[in-house]
Design a protein around this ligand. Sequence first.
Ligand SMILES: C[S@@+](CC[C@H](N)C(=O)[O-])C[C@H]1O[C@@H](n2cnc3c(N)ncnc32)[C@H](O)[C@@H]1O
Length: 299
Amino acid sequence: MKSAEAFLTALERRFRLLAPHALATFDANRELCSWLLDPLARWAEAAYGEKAFDEAALGYARYCLGVAQAQAIYERAGRYTPEAMPEIVSGVYDDAGYMIPYMWAAILIYAFWPSMIGHLALFRDDFLRRLPPGAAVLELACGHGVLSLLAAEERPDIRVTGLDISAPAVAVANRLLAVSGHAERVHFGVADALHPQEAGRSAGYQGVVSAMLAEHLPTPKPLFGAIAGYLSPGGLVFFSAALESAQRDHVFEFHMESEPLRMAEEAGLRASRLVSDASAVSARSRFLPRATAMILCAR
Ligand SMILES: C[S@@+](CC[C@H](N)C(=O)[O-])C[C@H]1O[C@@H](n2cnc3c(N)ncnc32)[C@H](O)[C@@H]1O
């Protein structure tokens, strides 16, 4: 049975240049990374066969190159210069050829990027392990669905609904779900995070997850109102966002940690924990790519 190392050996085989960096993050956080990558390797092999690891490595490499190029353009332009939303929807979210490799990368960065490892710890230790017994959890923009599946793996008592605007991403999530053993307690559907009719209900969740979504929305403010509305009294939110990090589908430019925090506060939420870490960039950069994550609850 495959384990975490299968992703690293595939990266070493297919794109050696990126392997030492990923391995360093993995080695420094072995227990936490394995918490993600061991079950993911099992599900990936069962759902896609042996080729999953090479495809994940290539998806990760393509993503890292895309990020480096986008950051260079950002540096020159001085602001994000995204395509119009309809082009992002057709060229990214609706395009399986783009979306599937992207989804492998989106989950691998949690274990391979120093800026994301703190998110994994916060998600497991301060969100999942603190949810009340039998919690109903809603994940907005679940993408690959792996955070929802890990939630079900960690907490056998909870139920999870994951929604994403991208049909190809939800197809990946459903393929992993089918082999995960969690099909009774996890449901994935295609829906806009701000209009989640698919969820079957619009409030009363003891846990809400919104990971790396806000920067994809032209105006993220309504997202926080929606999150506050979905949350039941005493519930917990895991929220995260990218700052000063250009990517093809990043349309809202956060510069400061205080910006998403303030939007959350204005929606009636408050933060009980916050992490923010930078990625390695040259000292001459005007922008410092970071990823922030917070635990929010109702004020
Ligand atoms: C960077 S991925 C994050 C996936 C996952 N949450 C994670 O943390 O790895 C961004 C996701 O947001 C989804 N997305 C973008 N706009 C959305 C919207 N309005 N409603 C729901 N999902 C959306 C995309 O399809 C994509 O799966």
